[in-house]
Design a protein around this ligand. Structure first.
Ligand SMILES: [Zn+2]
Length: 279
């Protein structure tokens, strides 16, 4: 079974002008759009058996997708599972999470301290980590850098998740994008915490970083904790699978270390839903 654990939906009205402008500036693509047509999302998911569709609520950067929108979409397609997103600045954040899980049927929580402009150890975040552990739902957390201009990198390092992993040992957390560019930090964290994982979304198009990241993950013995993801619409699952299969390209013609095709296929076919308790 192939799972894409990291996909986004959201229409133009859910995205602020600044968010789109910063994405276009940093990517160098003046036409980059992050708005998603749901028909195209579904079509892009054809190569995978299951996919996680993430909510996104970060008022600070102006990217706010209603949780109902995500729930409505995933309800119509058996292969999709939806994750709520909650902005920790909202006073009723815990009640919102309860509503998303119990009433909307969402199965996990997406957080992004850098986008939400809050330190992950802030008590307003801690109450969400605690509630997610009580509800027994996994969290996908963007702990890594981003293109947005008006954000604080000091909220973004994956090492900041260490006190949370220690305080909530039963909480299952996926660190998005291997915590780029702090990949070594992410690998140290997921090695020592049994319930911490990471996804490989939106990395393959930096082939040298990607190759080094996965060789490092192999040397530290954490390949079994890595999940396939696309970060759709940033990339598609097919591009991500192809990118992973092409991982060893920078080592071609050298004696540099590589991943075996068995190791690569094991990541692609990982039982992500089983590990996260979603099946
Ligand atoms: Zn993402």
């Amino acid at each position: 079974m192939i799972v894409d654990c990291h996909t986004h939906v959201g229409e133009e009205q859910h995205l602020s002008k600044d968010f789109v402008k910063d994405a276009r500036t940093v990517s160098g693509n003046p036409n980059q759009t992050l708005a998603v047509d749901l028909k195209e999302h579904l079509k892009a998911m054809e190569p995978v058996d299951r996919a996680i569709v993430l909510g996104f609520r970060a008022h600070h950067v102006g990217y706010v997708v209603p949780n109902e929108y995500v729930a409505n979409y995933v309800r119509q397609h058996e292969k999709l599972v939806g994750f709520a997103s909650i902005d920790p600045h909202d006073e009723d954040a815990v009640e919102q999470l309860d509503y998303c899980v119990k009433d909307l049927g969402l199965k996990g929580l997406k957080l992004g301290p850098i986008y939400q402009n809050m330190h992950p150890s802030d008590p307003r975040f801690i109450r969400l980590f605690q509630r997610a552990e009580q509800l027994d739902i996994p969290i996908l957390i963007h702990q890594g850098t981003t293109f947005c201009r008006d954000v604080s990198l000091e909220f973004a390092n994956p090492v900041l998740l260490q006190p949370i992993a220690r305080a909530f040992p039963d909480l299952r957390m996926i660190i998005a994008h291997l915590g780029h560019p702090w990949i070594g930090e992410t690998i140290s964290l997921i090695r020592k915490h049994p319930n911490l994982y990471s996804d490989l979304s939106a990395l393959y198009y930096r082939p040298w970083q990607y190759y080094n990241a996965l060789v490092l993950a192999k040397e530290y013995g954490v390949l079994h904790k890595l999940f396939l993801g696309s970060d759709y619409p940033v990339t598609t699952p097919q591009q991500s699978i192809d990118g992973l299969r092409n991982l060893n390209a920078p080592a071609a013609g050298t004696s540099l270390p590589t991943l075996s095709s068995d190791e690569i296929e094991a990541i692609i076919n990982r039982d992500t839903f089983g590990i996260l308790g979603l099946s």
